[in-house]
Design a protein around this ligand. Structure first.
Ligand code: ZN
Length: 134
């Protein structure tokens, strides 16, 4: 079990992390302007409405950009290098920075179809990850 750092969770982000622990991807949706939102927020980032609800997301998207990390930012990540840090454009239109796993670093491309998965880290806590669509 690695000792990678874990996120700081507050009341706004707790529904997101709770869903991830159940291996589901939930995003906020604005009832006022029909926008999807990520990061978790108390206000819609498009219209500032507080008419936000959590909804199950598709869990699908495409690589928007990526970088191959060769120098670990923390000792706990040294076992993973080289690894892929990617920005994923989700099917809902929002972007999420994450790791791309189960993918050879020579095969990742911008536009590659990916799907949500999770990785279990410190103390059994799951974090969102993406992998090539199977
Ligand atoms: Zn809105």
């Amino acid at each position: 079990m690695s000792t990678k750092p874990l996120p700081e969770i507050d009341d706004t982000s707790r529904p997101f992390w709770d869903a991830v622990q159940n291996e589901q991807l939930h995003l906020q949706h604005c009832g006022a302007c029909d926008s999807w939102i990520f990061y978790p927020s108390r206000w819609c980032t498009a219209c500032y409405s507080q008419d936000l609800t959590w909804r199950a997301a598709s869990g699908t998207g495409a690589v928007w950009s990526f970088s191959v990390i060769h120098q670990a930012p923390y000792a706990a990540f040294e076992v993973d290098v080289p690894y892929i840090l990617a920005t994923i454009r989700l099917s809902e239109g929002v972007q999420m920075m994450t790791n791309l796993i189960n993918c050879d670093i020579d095969q990742v491309t911008v536009g590659m179809a990916v799907q949500f998965t999770t990785e279990t880290r410190t103390d059994g806590f799951k974090v969102p990850q993406f992998e090539p669509t199977s």
